[in-house]
Design a protein around this ligand. Structure first.
Ligand SMILES: NC(=O)c1ccc[n+]([C@@H]2O[C@H](COP(=O)([O-])OP(=O)(O)OC[C@H]3O[C@@H](n4cnc5c(N)ncnc54)[C@H](OP(=O)(O)O)[C@@H]3O)[C@@H](O)[C@H]2O)c1
Length: 324
C-alpha cells in the first residue's frame, strides 16, 4: 500500500483525501516510480472541480520526478535506479509511487534537481510548445502573456526574453509585479487595477501585439483579441478565470484576420519522439540558462487541500511542489 490523494467526487479542495491505495500489478511494459517531488498545476484544479471531467474515483496530478523502483519484463528504456520525470496521464502524481507505461517517462539529466525536474515537465514543456511550436516566437516579436508571475508564466516569459521578444506580462497583485519583472517581463501590467488593453496600447500602440498567450480565459479573452495586430495569433491555452465558451468568428477572428488556437500539451507530445525532443529542449534551456526556476513553496502530501486553496486564491507566486 502507498499513500495517495484521491477524489471520490468533483468539488472543492476538501474533496482531496489522503488515503492508502493498492497500486496495480506491474505489466510487462510498465515502470514503478517512487515519486521524489510532485509538480502542482492549475489543471489539477480543473480535474478536481470537474471542469475537465475525469472518470471517478480518481487520483490527481500530472507531473512528477522520481526514481525507477521496479520494471516490467518488457521494459527496455529504463532500469532500476534511473531518475525519471513525466507530465502525462495516467492522472495520479499526488502519490508516493505510481505505475507508468515506459514511453510516458523521460530521463532527467544531471544538474537538474528533483524539485526543478518536477515542475518543468508540464509547465516547461507547455512553455516550449507555446513559444516554439504553437506560435514560433522570434526576436523582435511583441508578446503578451497573462498571469506572468505564475508557474508557466515565469518560465515562458524568461525564455521569450532570451529569444529577444518584447515581453509584456499581466499580473493580479502589486507583489507579483516585481516577480514578473524579475522573470523576463520588460513591461508589467497589474490587470486588477488597470485596464490592460489601454496599458498595452500605451506600450506598443493600437493593434500592436504579435501573439497573446492567454491562460486566464474568460476575464481576459476579449481584451486579448483587442490588442492583437492584424493577422496576429491568439493562443488560448487555459481557463484560470473560467472557460471561454463561445468564439464569434466574425467579431473575434474576421475583424483582424487573426489566427486562433486552443492547444493542450497532449497535442504537442503525441509521439514518443515529440515528448523526448520537447523535454530535451526544456532541459537544455534550463542547463544553458535560458530560464531558471525558483521553487516558491513546498507542501506535504497531507497538505494537498491547502495547496489547492492557495492555487485558487492566487497566492502561489511561482512553481510549487508537493514532497511525498
Ligand atoms: N493548454 C496547456 O497545455 C496547458 C498546460 C499547462 C498549463 N495550462 C494553463 O496555463 C495556466 C497557468 O497554469 P499554471 O499551472 O502555471 O498556474 P498559475 O499561472 O501558477 O496560476 C494561475 C494564475 O491565473 C491567474 N488568475 C487570473 N484569474 C484567476 C482566477 N479567477 N482564479 C484563479 N487564478 C486566476 C492568477 O494569477 P494573477 O493573480 O497574476 O492573475 C493565478 O496565479 C492555467 O490556465 C493552466 O490551466 C495549460
Amino acid at each position: 500500500m502507498v499513500q495517495a490523494i484521491k477524489i471520490q467526487k468533483f468539488g472543492g479542495a476538501e474533496e482531496l483525501q489522503l488515503v492508502d491505495i493498492q497500486l496495480p500489478k506491474l505489466q510487462a511494459n510498465e515502470v514503478l516510480v517512487k515519486n521524489l517531488s510532485i509538480g502542482l498545476n492549475y489543471i489539477d484544479v480543473y480535474h478536481r472541480t470537474g471542469l475537465y471531467p475525469i472518470p471517478l474515483p480518481s487520483g490527481i496530478g500530472l507531473e512528477a520526478c522520481g526514481l525507477v523502483e521496479e520494471i516490467g519484463s518488457g521494459v527496455t528504456l529504463f532500469k532500476v535506479g534511473d531518475r525519471v520525470a513525466h507530465s502525462s496521464m495516467p492522472i495520479g502524481s499526488y502519490s508516493e509511487k505510481q505505475v507508468f507505461p515506459q514511453e510516458k517517462l523521460v530521463m532527467v539529466p544531471e544538474g537538474i534537481s528533483n524539485e526543478v525536474a518536477s515542475v518543468v515537465m508540464l509547465k516547461g514543456i507547455t512553455a516550449e510548445y507555446l513559444l516554439h511550436r504553437s506560435y514560433p516566437a522570434k526576436k523582435g516579436d511583441k508578446i503578451l502573456f497573462h498571469a506572468a508571475a505564475g508557474g508557466v508564466g515565469q518560465i515562458l516569459c524568461q525564455w521569450a526574453n532570451a529569444i529577444g521578444c518584447t515581453v509584456i506580462g499581466t499580473v493580479g497583485s502589486k507583489e507579483k509585479e516585481a516577480i514578473a519583472k524579475k522573470n523576463g517581463c520588460h513591461h508589467v501590467i497589474n490587470y486588477t487595477d488597470h485596464n490592460f488593453v489601454e496599458e498595452v496600447e500605451k506600450i506598443v500602440g493600437k493593434n500592436g501585439i504579435d501573439v497573446v498567450y492567454d491562460g486566464v480565459g474568460a476575464s481576459t479573452f476579449e481584451g486579448s483579441i483587442e490588442v492583437l495586430k492584424i493577422r496576429g495569433m491568439m493562443v488560448a491555452f487555459g481557463n484560470a478565470s473560467g472557460y471561454v465558451k463561445t468564439l464569434d468568428i466574425k467579431k473575434h477572428i474576421n475583424t483582424k484576420g487573426l489566427f486562433f488556437t486552443r492547444p493542450s500539451i497532449a497535442h504537442y507530445t503525441v509521439t514518443r519522439k515529440e515528448l523526448e525532443d520537447s523535454a530535451a529542449t526544456v532541459f537544455n534551456a534550463l542547463l544553458t540558462g535560458k530560464f531558471k526556476v525558483d521553487i516558491f513553496k513546498k507542501y506535504k502530501l497531507s497538505d494537498a487541500k491547502q495547496a489547492h486553496q492557495d492555487l485558487e486564491a492566487r497566492l502561489l507566486t511561482g512553481p510549487s511542489v508537493i514532497i511525498p
